[in-house]
Design a protein around this ligand. Structure first.
Ligand SMILES: CC(C)(COP(=O)(O)OP(=O)(O)OC[C@H]1O[C@@H](n2cnc3c(N)ncnc32)[C@H](O)[C@@H]1OP(=O)(O)O)[C@@H](O)C(=O)NCCC(=O)NCCS
Length: 187
């Protein structure tokens, strides 16, 4: 889909990504996450692989804003909830502060509600970016999160910032209590 400023959205299933797509995603993630540049030079995602990518690219094919998500049935207390676990959220350093992250999240919500049955978007992040997510449609929830640690391959409990975004279910449908069990690695 084209937009007024010549940027266009792409929504691509992981299995349909070309080697060129992976390289373009890595190029963005290397500059967006300089502390993890080595990781993103080697792979275009970390740690849990997404099942879809959503990005904005310029006419040359360079990716200026990106995210990935994987649909997964997680546990919240006694309930099972289908979420789209989101990771690799990034805007190119030269394009930040211009509303691209906001547009990307609006498109994510559209995609999740029209093309998936995910009840909620889900992500964990650093404290410094919570404000961004809260401005663009995400809601912070305060829960313990059980997840698989990639380094030790052991189940761990964490309490870092956790955010959800209503997709096919309203915010009121999120369970009021209970530990979140990701049943795998974070995104
Ligand atoms: C976080 C990031 C994706 C934001 O992208 P962006 O394109 O600059 O965001 P936008 O310009 O669309 O900003 C949308 C709103 O969030 C606000 N915002 C942006 N970054 C923010 C931050 N770190 N804290 C609080 N608010 C923030 C903007 O001021 C804007 O507010 P407004 O529309 O109400 O005026 C971008 O800074 C980035 O790529 N950071 C490095 C990678 C990273 O940390 N990703 C998150 C991993 S969990």
């Amino acid at each position: 889909m084209a937009s007024a400023d010549d940027l266009r959205f792409r929504f691509v299933a992981e299995g349909d990504l070309t080697p060129g797509d992976h390289a373009a995603i890595s190029d963005l993630l290397v500059v967006a996450f300089p502390k993890h540049a080595d990781v993103f030079r080697a792979a275009s995602c970390y740690p849990a692989p997404p099942d879809h990518r959503l990005w904005m690219e310029d006419p040359s094919g360079a990716i200026v804003a990106h995210l990935g998500f994987e649909r997964r049935l997680i546990g919240v207390g006694e309930r099972d909830i289908l979420v789209a676990g989101v990771g690799g959220v990034a805007t190119h350093p030269g394009r930040r502060g211009k509303g691209l992250g906001r547009r990307l999240m609006a498109e994510l919500r559209r995609v999740l509600t029209t093309e998936t049955s995910a009840a909620f978007g889900y992500l964990g992040c650093r404290e410094e970016v919570v404000g961004f997510y809260e401005r663009v449609g995400w809601h912070r929830v305060y829960r313990k999160v059980r997840e698989m640690d990639l380094g030790s391959m052991e189940w761990t409990l964490s309490e870092g910032p956790t955010l959800i975004m209503p997709a096919t279910k309203p915010l009121s449908a999120w369970p009021r209590e209970g530990t979140i069990d990701l049943r795998g690695m974070w995104w």
